[in-house]
Structures are given as C-alpha cells and as structure tokens.
Design a protein around this ligand. Structure first.
Ligand SMILES: Cc1ncc(COP(=O)(O)O)c(C=O)c1O
Length: 460
C-alpha cells in the first residue's frame, strides 16, 4: 500500500474545508464561513450518509451479500450509496422525482444503477410518488434493503458522529450560529445536537424554502399545504423522522429565484461552485445576520456541487426561460435607492440663489448635481457641476449671477415606487432622475448610480 494513499474512495469522504465568504457578505457585519461539502468524492455531503447508513445496515444484518439497495433520492444520496455499492459489490435502484436535473439521473445510471423517475407534483401517499414507489419496490424485490434516508435515523447519526465533530475540531467551536438547508433533517438535527452538547450558546438555524412545510410546522406545530418549488434538496411536504426540532432554534425561509441568483454569485464572486441549496443557505444566512443586534460568526454547511446543475442554474437559457435571470431595470426605484444607501436626504437650491452659492453647496456637500426649486417647491432646473465650472473659469458667468443662467432641463421627475426601467433610458442619456416620495422631493439618481447598482448586482 502506497504511503499516504487511501485504501479506496470511501476513505476519501470527509475532511472538507471551511472557507470564509468575502464578497457576498460585504453589506453585513457578521462573518459567514462555509463548509464545502462538495469537495467530497461524490460531490456532496450525502457521501457521508450513504456510506454510514449502509455500513450500519450490514452490521445490523439488514443488507445481506448479493442484496439490492433501494432508495428514493434527489440524486446526491444516490451517488453516496452507489459509491459504497461499487466498492462493496451491491446492486442499486434509485427512485427520483422528475424535477431532478438530468445530470443527476445520468450520473446515477453511469454508476450502473437502475433509475425510476416519478412525477413531482403528487402527494407523498399517492402510489406514483417517489416515496410510495421506493417503498413498493423494496417490498416486492427479494433480498432488498430500502435505505429510506428520511426515516433512517443513521442519517442524522452520520452528522452527529462525523460531520459535526469534524467541524468542531476544525474551528475549535469558534462560531455563534450553525446553519444548513433542511430536507430529510439529517444534517441540521445531527449537527445541531452535537453542537448544542458542546456549545450551550450556539444557535442552530435551518434554511427552508417557500412552499415547504418544515419551517411552518416547526414554528406552529401545525401541518400546512405544501406548494411546488423548483429548488432541489431542501424543503419537504411531510415531516421525516430524522427531525428533532428541540435542537433547532430558528428557520429562515427563502425563495427559488433569490437562491439561484445567489448560487451564481457564489461562483462569480467567491469562486465557489455549489448547488442551489447552497445559494439558498447563503440567502438565509445573510437574512438571519441582518436581524442580529451583534455581529456573529456564522458557519453554513453547503451541501453539494454546482456540477449537478450545469443544465439548470448555471445555464443562462434555463434561468432566463424560467424568469430567474434578473433584469437590473426590472426593480422598483426605491429598492435601488436603498441598495445604494440613499435615504431621502436630497439637497436643493432656491431659484433666487447665485451661481457662487450653488458652487459652495456643491463643494461642501460633495455633490455634482443640484436641483433648483422655485418658491412653490417645484423643480425648475438642474444645476450640474460640469455646466458651471467651465463658464465660471472662462468668465462667462460671475459668481453673483443668478442660478437661472446655469441650470439645465436635463432631468426627469419620477416616484420612487416606479420601476427603474421607466427612467433607465433617460439616465443612460446622461439625464438625471429626481425622485419623489409622497409628492415630495427625496433623492436623485444618475447614470453613475445605475452603473454602481448594476455592478453590485453582478450584472456588469
Ligand atoms: C443539495 C441538498 N441540499 C440540502 C439537503 C438537505 O439536507 P438534509 O437532508 O440532511 O436535511 C439535501 C438533501 O437531500 C440536498 O441534496
């Protein structure tokens, strides 16, 4: 055996790094660190549960030589199980919902597994659901073992005995909050239980998606109707046995679009090639951080690799066809203002003022545009630095001249509830948008503001 080598690929599972996020967190004081579980050999944290659950099944005599492993899986657990089965020589049948990406299905078939695809939008108890089909197959195929990651408590034990101690050792417990997307509940419950035992003050926060019932059930104790969502891996329409809500302090609930856009941002700005549930987790972590009074160190587990989503989240056509690509102009002006930190503190000058007074205000306040208002408070013109300097230097205007000699009409007035697209053309033609709130002047927006906003959104 070569020195330093692993005996087989299963031994290469685990030991994934924790990395600080630097760009997507720039608007919050808290620090966010991510556990890159996509660096496992099968590309996700589910390598751990696949291997652990099957080791336990063999120990408990539930999986016997020559047996068939059956599982309902969104793909990642399938890969973890298939890797174990490849090494130990077992057959696999995987049952997937039809919303799962093609890469996941092809991947599992490449492992030699049989893949059965079921409709997504049916109730779990419907005979066509992937829960029902997996169960039925395991009842009819002799010498088969239905892994059932939802209710098999070795799922959460994997994270309690392996993933969480690994993170605790890596960080010496130097974090305030642990967050992870929730599906079967194995990750959040296993890690949450371990961290709570070691660190009594740690907060454990799950990230659920709009349409799922998990967060609602945890908060109210009541079941509600599930609605469809596109994100893969997180959210459920029932409560799997792996949940222990006593170790989960809180939940953040996030939507498909914001999750997908964040997933792309993680790659573009942090170089992190992760799946959609990672984007969801970071949206949730940022939202959680914004609610905290003190800055926190937040550790977030990112479940899987971006590889599995090359034809979806990382494909511009798919994103655009499904309405997930953000048009930078398709936002309300008030959101742009808030993103730019503009807070309604417009400064104006009276139409009776002099050019000298305008220059002084512009210098003192560091402004390059000044709306000129009449006695009634109406905007009559716009005094722009670039229109003042040259004529004053050339002696064309005197400082005591009235401001009316120097102002232009290159401005638009628009309410802050309007969409940015209503003034985008004007701004790009170097006009200035003067923004009103409840009929009163509030802010100005210039071409530079638009460029700054678009660049902050990753659009340029
Ligand atoms: C991509 C992805 N993210 C998150 C999760 C949720 O993890 P858990 O099932 O441990 O709650 C899963 C589980 O299937 C997943 O595949």
């Amino acid at each position: 055996m070569m020195k330093g080598a692993k005996a087989n690929v299963l031994e290469a599972i685990g030991g994934t790094p924790i990395v600080k996020l630097n760009y997507v967190t720039k608007d919050i004081e808290s620090e966010i660190y991510v556990k890159l579980e996509y660096m496992n050999p099968g590309g996700s944290t589910k390598d751990r549960i696949g291997s652990y659950m099957l080791d336990q099944a063999v120990k408990e005599g539930k999986l016997k030589p020559g047996g068939t492993i059956i599982e309902g899986t969104s793909g990642n657990t399938g890969v973890g199980l298939a890797m174990w089965a490849a090494i130990h020589g077992y057959k696999c049948i995987f049952v997937l919902a039809d919303k799962q990406s093609k890469e996941k299905i092809d991947n599992l078939r490449a492992f030699g597994a049989k893949v059965v695809v079921c409709p997504t939008n049916v109730q779990p108890e419907d005979p066509r659901s992937y829960y029902s089909v997996s169960k039925r197959l395991s009842e009819t195929i002799p010498n088969s073992f239905y892994v059932n990651q939802y209710d098999n408590l070795h799922n959460r034990d994997t994270h309690y005995t392996w993933t969480a101690p690994e993170m605790y050792e890596q960080t010496s417990g130097d974090f305030d909050v642990f967050m992870a997307g929730v599906g079967t509940g194995g990750t959040i419950t296993g890690c949450g239980k371990y961290f709570k035992e070691k660190m009594p003050n740690v907060q454990i926060v799950g990230i659920d998606c709009v349409g799922s019932i998990i967060a609602h059930y945890a908060k109210t104790g009541e079941m509600c109707e599930a609605h469809s969502y596109v994100i893969e891996g997180i959210g459920e329409d029932f409560i799997p046995e792996n949940y222990d809500f006593s170790v989960i302090d809180d939940f953040e609930v996030v939507g498909d679009k914001e999750s997908f856009l964040m997933t792309r941002k993680l790659l573009k700005y942090e170089g992190i090639y992760a799946g959609g549930s990672a984007g969801a987790a970071i949206v949730g972590a940022i939202n959680y951080a914004k609610k905290q009074k003190e800055p926190k160190k937040i550790l977030v587990l990112l479940h899987d690799s971006g590889n599995r989503y090359a034809s979806k989240i990382y494909n511009d056509d798919w994103m655009s066809d499904n309405g997930y690509l953000d048009s930078s102009f398709n936002v309300q002006i008030k959101d742009v203002l808030s993103d730019l930190g503009k807070n309604g503190s417009i400064i104006t000058i009276n139409d009776s003022a002099t050019i000298g007074e305008a220059i002084t205000i512009m210098e003192e306040k560091g402004m390059s545009q000044l709306p000129v208002v009449n006695k009634a408070g109406e905007v009559v013109g716009l005094c722009a630095e670039k229109n003042l300097v040259k004529p004053v230097v050339m002696g064309e205007f005197q400082k005591d001249d009235n401001i009316s000699l120097a102002y232009t009409n290159k401005f638009r007035i628009v309410d802050r509830n309007e969409l940015l697209e209503t003034v985008a053309d004007a701004l790009l033609k170097k006009e200035v948008a003067i923004i009103t709130k409840d009929g009163k002047l509030s802010d100005i927006l210039t071409e530079i503001d638009i460029l700054q906003y678009m660049s902050s959104k990753g659009s340029i």
